[in-house]
Design a protein around this ligand. Structure first.
Ligand SMILES: [Ca+2]
Length: 154
């Protein structure tokens, strides 16, 4: 599943893609604050469509396995992620201008069943796999334990 979303809120904007592969959904895009002569303060608040699971992020990053959501506030409640971000320009800064901020996060599903185990085992030992459920860089026993620990009988 792949979809692209563009939302406009006042001057600010947010643009991102949502891609689900196996147990992992990747949301990534760019939020932008826009400023002009009449608006030297801009804010964005956005709630992503609910995706059931826990938050994570890329293994290869400055904070391995953690979501990249460098905003003023990030909440994850009832499977909905909401971001808030505000900035006010200093009086010496030229307008119009914009401040872009890249973001990226994973949602790892939190319920597994019999269909999942063969897929996980097929990627055993792989280092770049969506079945690396604990985001430590490799598919191994810890991922199998996570799947079994979040087992749901069908
Ligand atoms: Ca792992």
């Amino acid at each position: 599943m792949f979809k692209s979303v563009i939302a406009l809120v006042l001057l600010s904007s947010i643009e991102y893609t949502v891609q689900t592969t196996g147990p992992r959904t990747v949301v990534q895009g760019t939020a932008r604050l826009h400023f002009d002569q009449d608006n030297r303060t801009d804010c964005i608040e956005h709630t992503f469509e609910p995706i059931k699971g826990r938050l994570g992020g890329a293994v290869v990053s400055s904070q391995p396995g953690q979501p990249m959501l460098a905003f003023d506030a990030v909440t994850h409640v009832d499977n909905q992620v909401t971001i808030q971000w505000c900035r006010t320009l200093g009086s010496l800064q030229h307008v119009p201008c914009q401040t872009p901020r890249y973001f990226s996060f994973y949602v790892i599903k939190d319920s597994y069943s019999t269909d999942d185990i063969p897929k996980l085992l097929a990627e055993w030992g792989e280092t770049d796999s969506v079945w690396d459920l604990n985001l430590d860089g490799v598919v191994n026993g810890l991922d199998l334990a996570y799947a079994l620990g979040n087992w749901v009988n069908e």
